[in-house]
Design a protein around this ligand. Structure first.
Ligand code: URA
Length: 243
């Protein structure tokens, strides 16, 4: 269905797109002409304006129109808690990233889990990334006690019974002795540790190596970097379709 969303109020779409990092206004006009842009799921026409509350999509992915949106990729070290403030005064992930603008963690990693964690001030994106219906993949490397064989791998893949219900099918491989690569799209509390416990191979060290399309071996523990516009777009694409 196509309908004009041209109106006299609100900001022109090409201006919003340009500010969001899609290139010059001219480039963004071409995107609109190429019918890659939609407002509230209706293909936008040149001249269309965006009003507060409108949903903007590029190539089918919802785009954040929050002008000062920032997303960091942090490599969380062990012994740092994933919370904005800790009553016990332990170091938090917030202490590791710039204080301004204020960001918050997307989901959480246990205190003793390391690896990639996104932090953002974009509440909409954070909600989409953590909401189970979008099922964004999270990939972990688990160093376990013992050496899981094919039967354990199969059980992990097919789903194991935990006290809060069975786990969904997971991608599981063993890249080396005592090492498991586990990809899940649920976000239950201590899920990977509990899955490994359930098959008799407790986790000794757990590292998250990917969140959706975002992975980077060059971000060292305790350091962070800003996501590029392309990475933000990829993330938005990853949450474009609910399961
Ligand atoms: N699974 C866990 O067990 N711990 C985490 O921090 C994340 C996933």
């Amino acid at each position: 269905m196509e309908k004009s969303n041209e109106s006299e109020s609100g900001e022109r779409v090409q201006k919003v797109l340009a500010r969001a990092g899609f290139g010059s206004r001219r480039t963004c006009e071409i995107m609109i002409r190429d019918r890659r842009v939609a407002i509230n799921q209706i293909v936008a026409e040149l001249g269309a304006r965006l009003s507060p509350g409108d949903e903007l999509q590029v190539d089918g992915a919802v785009i954040s129109t929050f002008p000062d949106a920032v997303t960091y990729l942090l490599n969380k070290p062990v012994a740092v808690v994933t919370t904005a403030s800790d009553p016990q005064g332990r170091p938090t992930v917030i202490d590791l990233v710039p204080a301004d603008p204020r960001v918050f963690p997307v989901g959480r990693l246990d205190m003793d889990t390391e690896g990639l964690l996104l932090l953002t001030n974009d509440g909409d994106m954070a909600n989409r990334l953590t909401h189970p219906s979008y099922g964004v993949e999270k990939e972990y490397l688990a160093h376990v006690s013992g050496d899981p064989g094919r039967a354990a791998l199969r059980r992990l893949r097919e789903g194991v019974e935990l006290d809060d219900g069975p786990t969904a099918p997971a991608k599981v491989s063993s890249p080396g002795p005592g090492l498991l690569r586990i990809t899940i799209h649920e976000g239950r509390n201590r899920q990977v540790r509990r899955m490994c416990d359930a098959v008799g191979f407790p986790v000794k060290r757990l590292v998250r190596v990917r969140v959706g399309p975002i992975a980077d071996r060059n971000v060292k523990p305790g350091t962070w970097r800003k996501l590029s516009m392309n990475e933000v777009l990829e993330l938005q694409r990853a949450t474009a379709q609910a399961r």
